[in-house]
Design a protein around this ligand. Structure first.
Ligand SMILES: [Zn+2]
Length: 214
């Protein structure tokens, strides 16, 4: 199988190199359920997200400004915050900070990337549903894990629940604590209809950026 064991240091390093983790309160990430799939018509999908009101104006003044947007006028309809009085920051607290609620497109990449929360437990086997004996499976999504039950399955087939995912293209809703908000049915249905496939979502906790991991 090969490959370095997954550990917190390697996650942090990878994320910082990729500039894919916010310095805010976490991220709600949406991606096609099939981690190899990239939406066939990305411009059409992005136009649609603006049309239904998820995304607003493109953010400027950032190196990746072409792939970040302020909140659209229906964001809080399409995404349900679960607290009784959620605090949604809509402006960056300081120039260049990502610690405010906005939408970001990540990718596409040639192969799926793994996004596994440091809060994730050991993933469940796709066959027997038992947990892998270790919480440090290999990082490379192309690698396979062997379950004590005998099933050998690629990492992306193991179930990290909403604490991890794999994808070549993701929508990142930023500055959202894990489980603080849910993408509503309208948004999930829109994504499925627009791309002809089902989508899933998961969360990353705060701390991948400037605050660092423990
Ligand atoms: Zn098993």
């Amino acid at each position: 199988m090969g490959g370095a064991p997954l550990n917190r240091h390697s996650i942090k390093t990878l994320c910082l190199e990729n500039n894919d983790v916010s310095d805010g309160n976490g991220q709600l990430l949406l991606t096609p359920a099939d981690p190899w799939q990239v939406p066939g018509d990305l411009p059409g999908l992005l136009d649609g997200l603006a049309r239904i009101g998820l995304t607003g104006a493109r953010l400027t003044g950032e190196t990746d400004s072409e792939t970040a947007w302020s909140l659209g006028e229906r964001f809080l309809t399409l995404v349900t915050f679960l607290g009784c009085s959620p605090f949604v920051r809509i402006e960056p607290p300081s120039p260049g900070s990502r610690a405010f609620c906005h939408v970001r497109a990540l990718g596409p990449w040639a192969a799926p990337r793994a996004w596994i929360s440091r809060l994730a437990g050991a993933p469940r086997c796709p066959a027997c549903r038992k947990r892998y004996p270790s919480v440090t499976p290999h990082f490379d999504p192309n690698l396979s894990l062997t379950c004590p039950c005998g099933r050998i399955a690629p990492l992306w087939q193991w179930d990290f629940k909403d604490r991890g995912g794999f994808g070549r293209w993701l929508l990142s809703l930023e500055d959202i604590f894990p489980n603080e908000a849910l993408p509503g049915d309208e948004l999930m249905t829109f994504l499925a209809n627009q791309t002809g496939s089902s989508w899933r979502f998961f969360y990353l906790p705060p701390g991948g950026g400037s605050r660092g991991l423990a």
